[in-house]
Design a protein around this ligand. Structure first.
Ligand code: 5AD
Ligand code: SF4
Length: 436
């Protein structure tokens, strides 16, 4: 049976898609390897969100050209496959096939073209992916990877924020039927999952025969054995009090919300077509803070969007300095061909984008460290990720707020999924403690 090398770039959506592809291949009897030079089929599941992501993929494609065996097949899947469909042949002629995020139903037919028999019964052994860096779902060793599961609830996005390539690569919004979502969650729990993340570009736009996101949350949170529930990503325009009220009711929801603000200036928000003002954003989070005190609010920020002036930037910086967010992913604007923002004038010079990014990151780091310090002296329930990559003598995991915790590994203990850790030290990157 052919063996597959699968490497994933980009967001959690891609990680979930890679798991889906891997599952399809496994059901036909394929095996997996972390050695690209030994694989019969090489798959890169790619990202096109920013130029840097794209460059990483092309550089990996260059490496694979030298590594891959002549008779092996190379498939590029994901957002870059869709975005660069027309130019991939020229840029990377050794690629044998492209599958965009909407084409995964054709994956088995492609494998059949490549000689994989499709009429055999599924294997009796469970699916095992190698624990290579960037392999799907494997930021933790195989022993712990199954503790966390990603479950898609929507596909695509129709928001068309003016900087974003996703609506072009992933297509229009589609909500997955609740029964399918429940079945998938139950399957993951049976395989040992303790934490389920509901995934979508904008989970708040979920709507299936009258069932909205708040309703879906209430419904899935009742699934037996579901210990920890969370979700990604919310759009501030669609995020509402109903969702906050639902979150406040759920016993197993993790105390964190990712609500990308993108910037603090109304002029720039309008140019981004974000569909809310900063006042509306602040009003929504005021209600959220009132109902859900001590949750972690995290966000995404883009620095140096076209037309952003110094005073627009200072509004974003002020928002961060006032401690609005516990954590922020801060990006420099990256023009994506085909999106309206790529040709908006005036563009902010790259150096200036980076200067603003540095300033916003530094301010956020201050706030993040202070948030982490508030946990010193407390005991945190930590979902284990595995031995720390930097120091195998320590274990690493995440709290319900999604804060990284490390602690000295205890010799000769059975691997436990959840460990109580007494927090002793705080850093910007996370917390240090010992088993309570
Ligand atoms: N440039 C910079 N950042 C971007 N993002 C999306 N598109 C771009 C772009 N063209 C960021 C947004 C989004 C996150 C996933 O990536 O902040 O929320
Ligand atoms: Fe992109 Fe905006 Fe859709 Fe998010 S909501 S995927 S930023 S278009």
């Amino acid at each position: 049976m052919p063996s597959i090398y699968l490497q994933t770039f980009g967001c959690q959506m891609n990680v979930a898609d890679s798991n889906g592809l891997a599952h399809q291949a496994w059901s036909l009897g394929c095996t997996f390897t972390d050695a690209p030079d030994e694989a019969d089929i090489l798959i890169l599941n790619t990202c096109a969100i920013r130029e840097k992501a794209e460059m990483r993929v092309y550089s990996r494609l260059g490496q694979l050209k030298a590594i891959k065996r002549a008779q092996s097949k190379l498939l590029v899947a994901g957002c870059l496959a869709e975005k660069d469909r027309a130019v991939m042949r020229k840029k990377a002629p050794h690629v044998d096939a492209l599958l965009g995020p909407r084409d995964y139903r054709q994956f088995k037919a492609l494998l059949a073209d490549w000689g994989v028999p499709t009429d055999l019964p599924p294997p009796e052994t469970p699916m095992r992916l190698p624990s290579a860096e960037d392999a799907p779902g494997e930021d933790s060793p195989a022993q712990y990877a199954h503790l966390r599961a990603l479950v898609s609830i929507t596909r695509g996005c129709e928001k068309f924020c003016t900087y974003c390539i996703v609506p072009y690569t992933r297509g229009p919004l589609e909500s997955i039927p609740p029964e399918e979502i429940e079945t998938q969650i139950q399957r993951e729990i049976r395989c040992g999952a303790k934490e389920i993340t509901l995934l979508g570009q904008n989970v708040n736009s979920y709507l299936y025969e009258g069932l909205d996101f708040a309703g879906l949350l209430r419904r899935v949170s009742r699934i037996e054995g579901l210990e920890r529930l969370t979700f990604l990503t919310s759009h501030p325009h669609d995020f509402n009090r109903d969702v906050v009220d639902a979150l406040a009711e759920l016993p197993n929801i993790e105390p964190r919300l990712h609500l990308p603000v993108q910037c603090g200036s109304n002029d720039v928000l309008a140019a981004m077509a974000r569909l809310y003002t900063i006042e509306q954003y602040l009003e929504k989070i005021a209600y959220f803070r009132e109902r859900l005190p001590r949750w972690a609010l995290t966000t995404d920020i883009i620095c140096g969007f076209p037309t952003e002036t110094e005073s627009d930037f200072l509004e974003t910086l002020g928002l961060v300095e006032r401690g609005t967010f516990e954590y922020a992913f801060v990006f420099a604007f990256s023009p994506r061909a085909g999106t309206p923002a790529a040709t908006m004038e005036p563009q902010v010079p790259q150096e200036e984008r980076l200067r603003r990014l540095q300033a916003v990151s530094a301010a956020q780091n201050e706030r993040t460290r202070r948030f982490h310090e508030s946990f010193i002296g407390e005991t945190a329930s930590v979902l284990v990720s595995g031995p720390s990559k930097k120091d195998p003598a320590r274990m690493a995991g995440k709290t319900g707020h999604n804060i990284t915790v490390i602690w000295p590994r205890e010799a000769s203990t059975e691997p436990k999924p959840v460990v109580e850790v007494a927090i002793e030290q705080a850093q910007t990157w996370g917390l240090v403690g010992r088993v309570a």
